[in-house]
Ligand binder design. Structure first.
Ligand code: MG
Length: 191
């Protein structure tokens, strides 16, 4: 039985907005993990890159649009007594902007500032412990392979939301949905 669900934000609850290729060009980081890259450069360069990154992220947050059915889905799940988490590599500031804009509430919100990030298992394990659940009683819902690997690394299950075309790593998902309103049906099928 599923007792806790952890959602990704960008491209999952909100429509994909950040153009990651353009972001990488502007940052000059064409390969590898952007957050890891920030840790590897000197302070001056990190500050320069973070300024660019924060501007792009805040712009994306201010202009964010919800995926169809996102708010209704959270209400439905909450009414069933399921704990709801938000786990994003975005900043706390951007997350606050998005949650306030749409009036969304979560039982827990973990952002880039909160330590190890996806695909590391720590955020899922932390919420499992906080809520008193086993990771196997939890789902991670996201649109990227890191969301799925984060789930699996913690012993939870991963649900892939496909936004446009089926990604080549889709086989890593335990469940695949094309619209958020398919999620309650998925949960009902999990014993
Ligand atoms: Mg995403």
């Amino acid at each position: 039985m599923i007792r806790g669900i952890i959602f990704d934000m960008d491209g999952t609850l909100t429509e994909p907005h950040i153009d990651f290729q353009a972001l990488r060009r502007e940052l000059g980081v064409m390969v590898g993990d952007i957050v890891d890259h920030l840790k590897s450069v000197d302070d001056a360069e990190r500050q320069r890159l973070e300024t660019i990154l924060h501007r792009i992220e805040e712009d994306a947050a201010v202009n964010a649009t919800l995926q169809p059915g996102a708010a209704e889905l959270l209400d439905t799940l909450r009414a069933r007594g399921i704990k709801l988490g938000l786990l994003t590599r975005n900043t706390r500031k951007s997350v606050k902007t998005v949650l306030a804009k749409f009036g969304l509430r979560f039982d827990a919100t973990l952002t880039r500032e909160d330590g190890p990030h996806k695909p590391a298992p720590e955020p899922v394990l932390a919420l499992a412990q906080r809520w008193g659940f086993q990771p196997t009683e939890m789902l991670v819902v996201g649109d990227y392979v890191y969301d799925l690997r984060c789930a699996h690394n913690a012993g939870a299950r991963g649900v892939l939301l496909v936004n446009d075309k089926m990604p080549e790593w889709a086989h890593e998902a335990d469940y695949i949905i094309h619209r958020l309103d398919e999620l309650p049906g998925v949960i009902e099928r999990i014993p």
